[in-house]
Design a protein around this ligand. Structure first.
Ligand SMILES: NC(=O)c1ccc[n+]([C@@H]2O[C@H](COP(=O)([O-])OP(=O)(O)OC[C@H]3O[C@@H](n4cnc5c(N)ncnc54)[C@H](OP(=O)(O)O)[C@@H]3O)[C@@H](O)[C@H]2O)c1
Length: 345
Protein backbone atom coordinates (compact mmCIF):
# COMPACT_ATOMS: atom_id res chain seq x y z
CA UNK A 1 0.00 0.00 0.00
CA UNK A 2 1.22 3.52 -0.79
CA UNK A 3 1.22 5.73 2.30
CA UNK A 4 -0.44 9.02 1.39
CA UNK A 5 -0.27 12.41 3.09
CA UNK A 6 -2.53 15.38 2.36
CA UNK A 7 -1.36 18.86 3.30
CA UNK A 8 -4.46 21.04 3.52
CA UNK A 9 -7.02 18.29 4.19
CA UNK A 10 -9.59 20.62 5.76
CA UNK A 11 -10.42 22.46 2.53
CA UNK A 12 -12.87 21.30 -0.10
CA UNK A 13 -10.27 19.82 -2.47
CA UNK A 14 -8.35 18.20 0.43
CA UNK A 15 -11.53 16.65 1.86
CA UNK A 16 -12.36 15.19 -1.56
CA UNK A 17 -8.87 13.70 -1.65
CA UNK A 18 -9.55 12.09 1.73
CA UNK A 19 -12.80 10.61 0.40
CA UNK A 20 -11.19 9.16 -2.74
CA UNK A 21 -8.08 7.81 -1.02
CA UNK A 22 -10.16 6.15 1.71
CA UNK A 23 -11.70 3.90 -0.94
CA UNK A 24 -8.54 3.46 -3.07
CA UNK A 25 -7.44 -0.19 -3.29
CA UNK A 26 -3.68 0.59 -3.26
CA UNK A 27 -3.42 3.65 -1.01
CA UNK A 28 -3.53 4.16 2.72
CA UNK A 29 -4.11 7.61 4.17
CA UNK A 30 -1.52 8.19 6.91
CA UNK A 31 -1.23 11.96 7.36
CA UNK A 32 -3.64 14.89 7.06
CA UNK A 33 -2.89 18.49 8.01
CA UNK A 34 -4.85 21.53 9.06
CA UNK A 35 -3.87 24.54 11.15
CA UNK A 36 -7.31 25.40 12.48
CA UNK A 37 -8.43 21.81 13.21
CA UNK A 38 -5.13 20.40 14.52
CA UNK A 39 -5.87 17.53 16.98
CA UNK A 40 -9.48 17.11 15.82
CA UNK A 41 -10.85 14.03 14.09
CA UNK A 42 -11.42 14.53 10.36
CA UNK A 43 -15.05 13.42 10.84
CA UNK A 44 -15.71 16.20 13.37
CA UNK A 45 -15.32 18.57 10.40
CA UNK A 46 -16.78 16.26 7.73
CA UNK A 47 -19.29 14.02 9.60
CA UNK A 48 -20.54 12.51 6.32
CA UNK A 49 -17.46 10.26 6.36
CA UNK A 50 -18.14 8.89 9.86
CA UNK A 51 -17.19 5.22 10.00
CA UNK A 52 -14.82 5.49 7.05
CA UNK A 53 -11.89 7.50 8.40
CA UNK A 54 -10.39 7.67 11.89
CA UNK A 55 -7.41 10.01 11.33
CA UNK A 56 -6.85 13.21 13.30
CA UNK A 57 -5.55 16.41 11.75
CA UNK A 58 -1.89 17.25 12.51
CA UNK A 59 -0.08 20.48 11.97
CA UNK A 60 2.20 20.67 8.94
CA UNK A 61 5.12 18.67 10.36
CA UNK A 62 7.82 17.79 7.82
CA UNK A 63 9.41 15.13 10.09
CA UNK A 64 6.06 13.35 10.35
CA UNK A 65 5.61 13.61 6.58
CA UNK A 66 9.08 12.15 6.03
CA UNK A 67 8.43 9.21 8.37
CA UNK A 68 4.80 8.44 7.59
CA UNK A 69 4.24 9.01 3.87
CA UNK A 70 5.47 7.85 0.46
CA UNK A 71 3.60 10.44 -1.56
CA UNK A 72 2.08 13.83 -0.76
CA UNK A 73 -0.83 15.85 -2.11
CA UNK A 74 -0.76 19.58 -1.41
CA UNK A 75 -4.18 21.25 -1.40
CA UNK A 76 -3.27 24.75 -0.16
CA UNK A 77 -3.79 28.20 -1.68
CA UNK A 78 -1.14 29.16 -4.25
CA UNK A 79 2.11 30.74 -2.98
CA UNK A 80 2.34 28.42 0.06
CA UNK A 81 3.09 25.15 -1.84
CA UNK A 82 6.26 26.54 -3.43
CA UNK A 83 7.72 27.00 0.05
CA UNK A 84 6.98 23.34 0.97
CA UNK A 85 7.61 21.41 -2.25
CA UNK A 86 11.45 21.63 -2.24
CA UNK A 87 11.65 19.98 1.21
CA UNK A 88 9.21 17.22 0.34
CA UNK A 89 10.82 16.47 -3.04
CA UNK A 90 14.25 16.39 -1.38
CA UNK A 91 12.91 13.68 0.97
CA UNK A 92 12.45 11.56 -2.16
CA UNK A 93 8.64 11.76 -2.11
CA UNK A 94 6.47 12.27 -5.17
CA UNK A 95 4.24 15.34 -4.97
CA UNK A 96 1.00 16.39 -6.62
CA UNK A 97 0.28 20.07 -6.01
CA UNK A 98 -3.29 21.25 -6.61
CA UNK A 99 -2.42 24.96 -6.64
CA UNK A 100 -1.17 27.04 -9.57
CA UNK A 101 2.44 27.09 -8.29
CA UNK A 102 3.79 24.33 -10.55
CA UNK A 103 1.40 24.50 -13.53
CA UNK A 104 3.33 26.81 -15.86
CA UNK A 105 6.11 25.97 -18.32
CA UNK A 106 6.80 29.68 -18.68
CA UNK A 107 7.48 30.93 -15.17
CA UNK A 108 7.28 34.57 -16.30
CA UNK A 109 3.58 34.04 -16.97
CA UNK A 110 3.10 32.70 -13.44
CA UNK A 111 5.01 35.66 -12.02
CA UNK A 112 2.96 38.13 -14.07
CA UNK A 113 -0.39 36.76 -12.89
CA UNK A 114 0.44 35.47 -9.37
CA UNK A 115 3.66 36.50 -7.59
CA UNK A 116 7.43 35.95 -7.73
CA UNK A 117 8.26 32.24 -7.80
CA UNK A 118 10.64 31.05 -5.10
CA UNK A 119 11.21 27.46 -6.31
CA UNK A 120 11.99 27.88 -10.01
CA UNK A 121 14.39 24.91 -10.08
CA UNK A 122 11.52 22.66 -8.98
CA UNK A 123 9.10 24.25 -11.43
CA UNK A 124 11.53 23.24 -14.19
CA UNK A 125 11.05 19.57 -13.15
CA UNK A 126 7.27 19.73 -12.78
CA UNK A 127 4.82 18.29 -15.29
CA UNK A 128 1.40 19.75 -16.07
CA UNK A 129 -1.01 17.06 -14.92
CA UNK A 130 -3.68 17.09 -17.61
CA UNK A 131 -3.77 13.31 -17.61
CA UNK A 132 -5.30 12.55 -21.01
CA UNK A 133 -2.90 14.89 -22.83
CA UNK A 134 0.43 14.61 -21.02
CA UNK A 135 0.28 11.02 -19.74
CA UNK A 136 3.73 10.01 -21.03
CA UNK A 137 5.38 12.90 -19.14
CA UNK A 138 3.33 12.26 -15.99
CA UNK A 139 4.51 8.62 -15.90
CA UNK A 140 8.07 9.86 -15.32
CA UNK A 141 7.31 12.83 -13.08
CA UNK A 142 8.13 13.33 -9.40
CA UNK A 143 6.28 16.64 -9.22
CA UNK A 144 2.95 17.32 -10.91
CA UNK A 145 1.16 20.66 -11.12
CA UNK A 146 -2.47 19.57 -11.11
CA UNK A 147 -4.54 21.65 -13.58
CA UNK A 148 -7.13 24.21 -12.56
CA UNK A 149 -10.81 23.33 -12.90
CA UNK A 150 -11.67 25.81 -15.67
CA UNK A 151 -8.57 24.83 -17.67
CA UNK A 152 -9.47 21.13 -17.42
CA UNK A 153 -12.98 21.72 -18.72
CA UNK A 154 -11.74 23.92 -21.59
CA UNK A 155 -8.52 22.19 -22.65
CA UNK A 156 -9.95 18.68 -22.93
CA UNK A 157 -12.43 19.52 -25.73
CA UNK A 158 -10.11 21.93 -27.55
CA UNK A 159 -6.65 20.33 -27.59
CA UNK A 160 -7.47 17.42 -29.95
CA UNK A 161 -9.15 19.77 -32.44
CA UNK A 162 -6.28 22.27 -32.37
CA UNK A 163 -3.64 19.56 -32.70
CA UNK A 164 -5.48 18.21 -35.75
CA UNK A 165 -5.98 21.68 -37.27
CA UNK A 166 -9.77 21.33 -37.39
CA UNK A 167 -10.48 24.70 -35.76
CA UNK A 168 -9.16 28.22 -36.11
CA UNK A 169 -6.93 29.28 -33.26
CA UNK A 170 -8.30 32.83 -33.53
CA UNK A 171 -11.72 33.72 -32.16
CA UNK A 172 -12.08 31.04 -29.47
CA UNK A 173 -14.71 32.25 -27.02
CA UNK A 174 -15.36 30.40 -23.78
CA UNK A 175 -18.21 30.91 -21.41
CA UNK A 176 -17.82 28.80 -18.25
CA UNK A 177 -20.03 28.36 -15.22
CA UNK A 178 -18.80 27.08 -11.88
CA UNK A 179 -20.43 25.86 -8.70
CA UNK A 180 -19.56 27.83 -5.57
CA UNK A 181 -17.18 25.22 -4.08
CA UNK A 182 -14.70 26.41 -6.73
CA UNK A 183 -13.95 29.31 -4.40
CA UNK A 184 -12.97 27.06 -1.47
CA UNK A 185 -14.39 26.57 2.01
CA UNK A 186 -13.79 29.96 3.59
CA UNK A 187 -16.96 32.08 3.56
CA UNK A 188 -16.72 35.48 1.87
CA UNK A 189 -19.35 38.05 0.84
CA UNK A 190 -19.19 36.78 -2.75
CA UNK A 191 -19.96 33.17 -1.79
CA UNK A 192 -22.37 33.93 1.06
CA UNK A 193 -25.71 32.07 0.63
CA UNK A 194 -27.78 35.25 0.25
CA UNK A 195 -25.47 36.56 -2.44
CA UNK A 196 -25.27 33.42 -4.57
CA UNK A 197 -28.65 31.70 -4.22
CA UNK A 198 -31.10 32.88 -6.90
CA UNK A 199 -28.21 34.62 -8.61
CA UNK A 200 -26.16 34.00 -11.77
CA UNK A 201 -23.29 36.32 -12.51
CA UNK A 202 -20.10 36.76 -14.51
CA UNK A 203 -16.92 37.71 -12.67
CA UNK A 204 -13.24 38.53 -13.31
CA UNK A 205 -13.96 39.48 -16.93
CA UNK A 206 -10.67 39.63 -18.88
CA UNK A 207 -8.96 39.11 -15.55
CA UNK A 208 -9.22 35.48 -14.46
CA UNK A 209 -5.89 33.85 -13.58
CA UNK A 210 -6.79 30.63 -15.34
CA UNK A 211 -6.63 32.40 -18.73
CA UNK A 212 -2.81 32.28 -19.04
CA UNK A 213 -2.80 28.61 -17.97
CA UNK A 214 -5.37 27.78 -20.66
CA UNK A 215 -3.58 29.83 -23.31
CA UNK A 216 -0.19 28.26 -22.56
CA UNK A 217 -1.57 24.78 -23.22
CA UNK A 218 -3.67 25.74 -26.24
CA UNK A 219 -0.56 27.38 -27.71
CA UNK A 220 1.38 24.14 -27.27
CA UNK A 221 -1.41 22.24 -29.04
CA UNK A 222 -1.54 24.73 -31.92
CA UNK A 223 2.24 25.14 -32.04
CA UNK A 224 1.81 28.93 -32.06
CA UNK A 225 0.38 31.58 -29.76
CA UNK A 226 -3.32 31.28 -28.94
CA UNK A 227 -5.40 33.90 -27.11
CA UNK A 228 -8.95 33.29 -25.98
CA UNK A 229 -11.87 35.29 -24.69
CA UNK A 230 -12.88 33.64 -21.41
CA UNK A 231 -15.73 34.66 -19.12
CA UNK A 232 -16.27 32.70 -15.91
CA UNK A 233 -19.65 32.69 -14.16
CA UNK A 234 -20.81 31.66 -10.72
CA UNK A 235 -23.98 29.59 -10.50
CA UNK A 236 -25.98 28.69 -7.41
CA UNK A 237 -24.97 25.06 -6.99
CA UNK A 238 -22.34 23.64 -4.69
CA UNK A 239 -20.33 21.69 -7.28
CA UNK A 240 -20.12 21.26 -11.04
CA UNK A 241 -18.73 23.15 -13.99
CA UNK A 242 -20.05 23.61 -17.52
CA UNK A 243 -18.04 25.25 -20.30
CA UNK A 244 -19.64 26.39 -23.57
CA UNK A 245 -16.96 26.99 -26.20
CA UNK A 246 -17.59 28.84 -29.49
CA UNK A 247 -15.08 28.24 -32.29
CA UNK A 248 -14.72 28.77 -36.02
CA UNK A 249 -13.68 25.71 -37.97
CA UNK A 250 -10.64 25.83 -40.22
CA UNK A 251 -12.55 24.66 -43.26
CA UNK A 252 -16.14 23.56 -43.55
CA UNK A 253 -16.33 20.47 -41.33
CA UNK A 254 -19.15 18.13 -40.51
CA UNK A 255 -19.92 16.68 -37.14
CA UNK A 256 -18.39 13.35 -38.08
CA UNK A 257 -14.97 15.06 -38.56
CA UNK A 258 -15.18 16.43 -35.03
CA UNK A 259 -16.48 13.14 -33.65
CA UNK A 260 -13.75 11.06 -35.33
CA UNK A 261 -11.06 13.41 -34.04
CA UNK A 262 -12.31 13.34 -30.43
CA UNK A 263 -13.01 9.60 -30.48
CA UNK A 264 -9.53 8.84 -31.83
CA UNK A 265 -7.77 11.17 -29.40
CA UNK A 266 -9.66 9.78 -26.40
CA UNK A 267 -9.88 6.14 -27.52
CA UNK A 268 -7.90 5.01 -24.45
CA UNK A 269 -9.18 7.63 -21.97
CA UNK A 270 -11.68 6.04 -19.60
CA UNK A 271 -12.79 9.35 -18.06
CA UNK A 272 -13.72 11.12 -21.29
CA UNK A 273 -17.24 10.48 -22.54
CA UNK A 274 -18.11 11.88 -25.97
CA UNK A 275 -21.83 12.48 -26.31
CA UNK A 276 -23.80 11.17 -29.27
CA UNK A 277 -25.46 13.52 -31.78
CA UNK A 278 -27.88 16.07 -30.29
CA UNK A 279 -27.07 14.99 -26.75
CA UNK A 280 -25.23 17.45 -24.53
CA UNK A 281 -23.38 17.31 -21.20
CA UNK A 282 -25.05 18.11 -17.91
CA UNK A 283 -23.24 18.79 -14.63
CA UNK A 284 -25.65 16.44 -12.87
CA UNK A 285 -24.33 13.49 -14.90
CA UNK A 286 -20.73 13.94 -13.74
CA UNK A 287 -21.42 14.96 -10.13
CA UNK A 288 -19.10 13.11 -7.73
CA UNK A 289 -17.19 11.47 -10.61
CA UNK A 290 -13.93 11.92 -12.49
CA UNK A 291 -15.65 12.12 -15.88
CA UNK A 292 -15.35 14.93 -18.37
CA UNK A 293 -18.36 14.75 -20.69
CA UNK A 294 -18.04 16.47 -24.08
CA UNK A 295 -20.77 17.28 -26.60
CA UNK A 296 -20.78 19.44 -29.74
CA UNK A 297 -22.75 20.69 -32.71
CA UNK A 298 -21.86 22.47 -35.95
CA UNK A 299 -24.16 24.92 -37.71
CA UNK A 300 -25.46 24.27 -41.24
CA UNK A 301 -22.49 26.02 -42.88
CA UNK A 302 -20.03 23.79 -41.06
CA UNK A 303 -17.96 26.88 -40.19
CA UNK A 304 -19.19 27.35 -36.62
CA UNK A 305 -18.84 24.80 -33.86
CA UNK A 306 -20.12 24.84 -30.30
CA UNK A 307 -18.46 22.49 -27.82
CA UNK A 308 -19.84 21.83 -24.35
CA UNK A 309 -18.00 20.11 -21.52
CA UNK A 310 -19.09 19.20 -18.01
CA UNK A 311 -16.96 18.18 -15.03
CA UNK A 312 -17.25 18.10 -11.27
CA UNK A 313 -14.88 20.93 -10.33
CA UNK A 314 -13.82 19.14 -7.13
CA UNK A 315 -13.17 15.77 -8.81
CA UNK A 316 -11.95 15.94 -12.43
CA UNK A 317 -11.23 19.63 -11.77
CA UNK A 318 -9.16 18.92 -8.63
CA UNK A 319 -8.94 15.83 -6.35
CA UNK A 320 -9.98 13.16 -8.86
CA UNK A 321 -7.51 14.29 -11.49
CA UNK A 322 -4.85 14.50 -8.74
CA UNK A 323 -5.45 10.83 -7.83
CA UNK A 324 -5.52 9.91 -11.54
CA UNK A 325 -2.10 11.59 -11.80
CA UNK A 326 -0.81 9.61 -8.84
CA UNK A 327 -2.11 6.37 -10.36
CA UNK A 328 -0.23 7.19 -13.57
CA UNK A 329 2.96 8.21 -11.71
CA UNK A 330 3.03 4.85 -9.89
CA UNK A 331 2.12 2.70 -12.91
CA UNK A 332 -1.30 1.74 -11.53
CA UNK A 333 -4.52 1.46 -13.48
CA UNK A 334 -5.46 5.13 -13.91
CA UNK A 335 -9.05 4.44 -12.82
CA UNK A 336 -8.04 2.96 -9.42
CA UNK A 337 -10.14 4.51 -6.67
CA UNK A 338 -12.03 6.58 -9.24
CA UNK A 339 -14.35 4.16 -10.99
CA UNK A 340 -17.52 4.87 -9.05
CA UNK A 341 -20.77 4.75 -11.03
CA UNK A 342 -22.45 8.20 -11.32
CA UNK A 343 -25.71 8.94 -9.51
CA UNK A 344 -28.74 8.45 -11.77
CA UNK A 345 -30.05 11.89 -10.79
N1 LIG B 1 -12.14 24.19 -5.05
C1 LIG B 1 -11.90 23.81 -6.31
O1 LIG B 1 -12.85 23.54 -7.09
C2 LIG B 1 -10.48 23.69 -6.82
C3 LIG B 1 -10.29 23.22 -8.12
C4 LIG B 1 -8.99 23.12 -8.63
C5 LIG B 1 -7.92 23.49 -7.85
N2 LIG B 1 -8.13 23.97 -6.60
C6 LIG B 1 -6.95 24.38 -5.83
O2 LIG B 1 -6.79 23.52 -4.71
C7 LIG B 1 -6.21 24.27 -3.62
C8 LIG B 1 -7.16 24.12 -2.42
O3 LIG B 1 -8.41 24.68 -2.80
P1 LIG B 1 -9.72 24.52 -1.90
O4 LIG B 1 -10.85 24.93 -2.76
O5 LIG B 1 -9.72 23.20 -1.23
O6 LIG B 1 -9.45 25.66 -0.81
P2 LIG B 1 -10.02 25.78 0.66
O7 LIG B 1 -11.31 25.04 0.78
O8 LIG B 1 -9.99 27.23 0.97
O9 LIG B 1 -8.92 25.03 1.54
C9 LIG B 1 -7.63 25.57 1.70
C10 LIG B 1 -6.78 24.66 2.57
O10 LIG B 1 -5.53 25.29 2.77
C11 LIG B 1 -5.28 25.48 4.16
N3 LIG B 1 -4.68 26.80 4.32
C12 LIG B 1 -5.24 28.00 3.99
N4 LIG B 1 -4.36 29.00 4.19
C13 LIG B 1 -3.23 28.43 4.65
C14 LIG B 1 -1.96 28.92 5.06
N5 LIG B 1 -1.68 30.22 5.01
N6 LIG B 1 -1.02 28.04 5.47
C15 LIG B 1 -1.29 26.71 5.52
N7 LIG B 1 -2.49 26.17 5.16
C16 LIG B 1 -3.43 27.03 4.73
C17 LIG B 1 -6.63 25.35 4.85
O11 LIG B 1 -6.44 24.69 6.08
P3 LIG B 1 -6.46 25.30 7.53
O12 LIG B 1 -6.97 26.72 7.43
O13 LIG B 1 -7.35 24.39 8.29
O14 LIG B 1 -5.03 25.18 7.91
C18 LIG B 1 -7.37 24.38 3.92
O15 LIG B 1 -7.04 23.04 4.25
C19 LIG B 1 -6.07 25.72 -4.11
O16 LIG B 1 -4.77 25.95 -4.56
C20 LIG B 1 -7.06 25.79 -5.27
O17 LIG B 1 -6.71 26.76 -6.23
C21 LIG B 1 -9.39 24.06 -6.06
Amino acid sequence: MLRVGIIGASGYAGAELVRIITQHPHMELTFISSRQFKGKNFTEIYPAMNGFIYLKYSELDLKKIEAETDVVFIALPHKIPMSIVPDVINMGKKVIDLSADFRFDDITKYEKHYQPHTAKKYNDQSVYGLCEVYKKNIEKASLVGNPGCYPTSILLPLIPLLRNRLIKKESIIVDSKSGVSGAGRTPTPSNHYCNISESFKAYKIYAHRHTPEIEENLSKAANSDVSIIFTPHLIPMSRGMLSTIYVKTDKSVCESDIRNCLNDFYAHSPFIRIHSENSFPDTQHVRGTNFCDIGFKTDKSGHNLILISAIDNLIKGAAGQAVQNLNIMFGMDETSGLNNVPYPL
